[in-house]
Ligand binder design. Structure first.
Ligand SMILES: [Fe+2]
Length: 362
């Protein structure tokens, strides 16, 4: 249905379209509040195609249309509907103090995020990375010793606070606090006092493909080329095999993620180099969308259960006409991830020191 210009409006073209059809939107500013309801159609814009909503509604609403695709369009809502930039710490530092690398994953974006918010797998899947850092591993050794962390999963107005508690010494616990932020951000715990932060943006391309942005930022100084090299392709790299030409990891399902059986026999749980490659092997290796009805989730999966509940509850609320608050309150995003060894206490979240540690440095 390329000639939607034959219709009086884009909405009229949407109403006439059948499942599987593509509506092409030409360059220009289209002032409409388009609603796609229950149709598996593609709306594709060319460069310069914009839909502008109005006070009566957003530019585009998609309901009950599983499989509908919208691409290549700029959507502008009325000013009071435009979300603010979230107050994430890395968005508040100068560009010289952050480093972003993007790659593509061939799985659903929620499945991809699940690989990030689960703290339990670190002591297994990433143990080779931890061991390579043995000389300065510090308190992270507790990740290797206690492979069954206890969880506090706290639903919040920005998403989810995820606290994993491991035994440290007789009188102390090792805590790792991560966050999931609506709709697709995560931040990962760094050592307390570290001036470096790390997180991800998980942008769905469609149901089975995700663009993953790895964000590393500094709270106090520009990041040098050495540091960027260590993140990308260094000796213990976060990303070991990025191919800039394709935007994909060279370690892929087709080549068994460059798995080294010798390394696996001797020191590596997976035999795969690179933290991103290890996580990708797991979330892609299980299939692009796993049949969740066959799952048997346990206590170690509380973070994953919590995130699914938050997303489902938010989606159901939106269906009832209740919009999410987070997009309009950027200050909600000003919480940071951290890890620390603290005295054993049952009053963890009420501890003033813990409340202080949650605050962004920048
Ligand atoms: Fe991981």
């Amino acid at each position: 249905m390329d000639e939607w210009g034959a219709y009086k409006s884009l909405q009229a073209a949407v109403d006439a379209a059948r499942d599987g059809q593509t509506i092409s939107v030409g360059a220009g500013k289209w002032e409409e509040c388009v609603v796609v309801e229950g149709k598996r159609i593609v709306i594709a814009g060319v460069a310069g195609a914009e839909i502008h909503g109005s006070d009566s509604g957003p530019a585009l609403t998609v309901r009950g249309a599983f499989g509908a695709v919208v691409r290549g369009l700029t959507l502008r809502n009325a000013s009071e509907k435009q979300p603010a930039l979230p107050g994430l710490e890395w968005l508040n530092v100068p560009s010289s103090q952050r480093y972003l690398v993007k790659y593509n994953q061939e799985c659903n974006f929620v499945q991809a995020i699940e690989g990030d918010i689960d703290s339990s797998h670190i002591g297994f899947l990433h143990q080779s990375t931890l061991r390579l850092q043995t000389s300065d591993i510090g308190v992270r050794v507790y990740q290797l010793r206690d492979k069954a962390p206890r969880w506090i999963v706290d639903p919040t107005n920005y998403g989810l606070m995820l606290a994993a508690r491991r035994n440290a010494e007789e009188d102390s616990y090792y805590w790792r606090i991560n966050h999931f932020y609506f709709p697709w951000y995560t931040t990962i715990a760094g050592s307390l006092g570290s001036t470096r932060g790390h997180g991800h943006i998980w942008v769905p391309v469609d149901d089975t493909h995700t663009e993953v942005w790895c964000v590393t930022w500094s709270t106090d100084e520009p990041m040098g080329e050495d540091e960027k090299y260590r993140i990308l392709s260094g000796p213990a790299p976060h990303i070991a095999s990025l191919d800039p030409a394709t935007g994909k990891l060279r370690a892929a399902k087709a080549n068994h993620f460059l798995q080294d059986r010798e390394a696996q026999r001797n020191f590596s749980f997976a035999g795969i180099l690179g933290t991103r490659e290890q996580d990708t092997a797991v979330v892609e290796g299980m299939g692009a969308i796993v049949d969740r009805t066959n799952e048997h989730l346990g206590t170690s999966d509380m973070a994953i259960i919590g995130m699914r509940r938050q997303l489902l509850n938010g989606a159901k609320a939106l269906l009832r006409g209740q919009e999410p608050a987070a997009p309009y309150q950027p200050e909600l995003y000003r919480v940071r991830s951290w890890s620390a060894v603290l005295p054993r206490s049952e009053q963890f979240l009420d501890n003033p020191q813990v409340q202080q540690l949650m605050q962004n440095l920048v």
